[in-house]
Design a protein. Structure first.
Length: 280
């Protein structure tokens, strides 16, 4: 067995949202050792199967699996085939955990998240290595302002003329998001769909504008709003530092901005992308 001490290190370095290099090395070292031990285990299990088959006891597929639970197990496949699949499965789970704990996921807008989740489903993601983790983190930090602006533009495109305080060409004091909530026999609930992602994008850039740390996936507007809706069923309103939100049984939510100076910053983004819209 390895002498590696398995722990769960912190991946955040202070308030900078930068992954600590020692944590990266720990993750990569444990990952590599786990894969090496797994490959040795597969080869040992194959050797044991040869032994038992030679005396009429068949292979591990026959005597190592519960009778009612005969299902696929990569440990009983050929090492070349098994290790490729096991490595991808392990790397996928490590990436998911890293993106969550490191704060990298919080830097993504809804579009970037969809692309990332799709890449994991299609096995189109880099293997776990120190270089790949660092480059992914650096790229996200380098592009975070661009992604935040893109989130605002995607939200703006989804707003109709009547959903933006009567103005078709800029953010007003209030916006309306349809299908943000749902209503059923149990009361209100948050719809975890595209509109929720747009609201999270909006909160992200408002915090960037204000110079405050961006909320993580564990404490962002969606988490707080969801907890509020479920715990306070008698009131259809929510308020925090950035928003005042009223939601209705038909699924819509009226979102009022609480910091008008930040709305001006949002409209600056609209001007950059659509220079003719605010000419008047």
């Amino acid at each position: 067995m390895s002498d590696i001490t398995v722990s769960r290190p912190e991946t955040l370095n202070g308030h900078t949202d930068v992954i600590c290099s020692t944590s990266i090395r720990h993750v990569v070292t444990v990952r590599n050792e786990a894969l090496q031990q797994t490959e040795r285990l597969i080869r040992q299990l194959a050797e044991i199967s040869v032994m038992t088959e030679s005396i009429g006891g068949k292979t591990a597929r026959d005597w190592a699996v519960k009778q009612d639970f005969r299902c696929g197990c990569w440990l009983m496949e050929k090492p070349e085939t098994a290790m490729k699949a096991i490595t991808r499965n392990l790397d996928r789970e490590i990436w998911r955990d890293l993106m969550q704990r490191s704060g990298m996921l919080s830097l993504m807008d809804a579009q970037a998240r969809d692309e990332w989740y799709r890449s994991q489903e299609e096995d189109n993601f880099p293997e776990i290595s120190e270089a790949n983790i660092l480059s992914t983190s650096e790229q996200l930090h380098r592009n975070r302002d661009e992604m935040a602006e893109r989130g605002v533009i995607n939200l703006f495109r989804g707003l109709s003329r009547t959903h933006n305080s009567g103005s078709p060409c800029k953010f007003g004091s209030k916006i309306i998001l349809n299908n943000l909530v749902k209503w059923d026999w149990w009361g209100f609930g948050l719809n975890h769909g595209p509109q929720a992602g747009r609201l999270a994008d909006l909160e992200r850039i408002l915090y960037l504008f204000s110079g405050k740390p961006i909320p993580t996936d564990r404490d962002n507007i969606l988490i707080r709003l969801d907890e509020h809706i479920r715990s306070v069923q008698g009131e259809a309103c929510y308020e925090d530092e950035m928003f005042s939100i009223r939601y209705f049984r038909k699924g819509s939510a009226h979102i009022t901005f609480r910091k008008p100076e930040l709305v001006d910053r949002l409209n600056d983004i609209i001007v950059r992308h659509y220079p003719d819209m605010l000419a008047v």
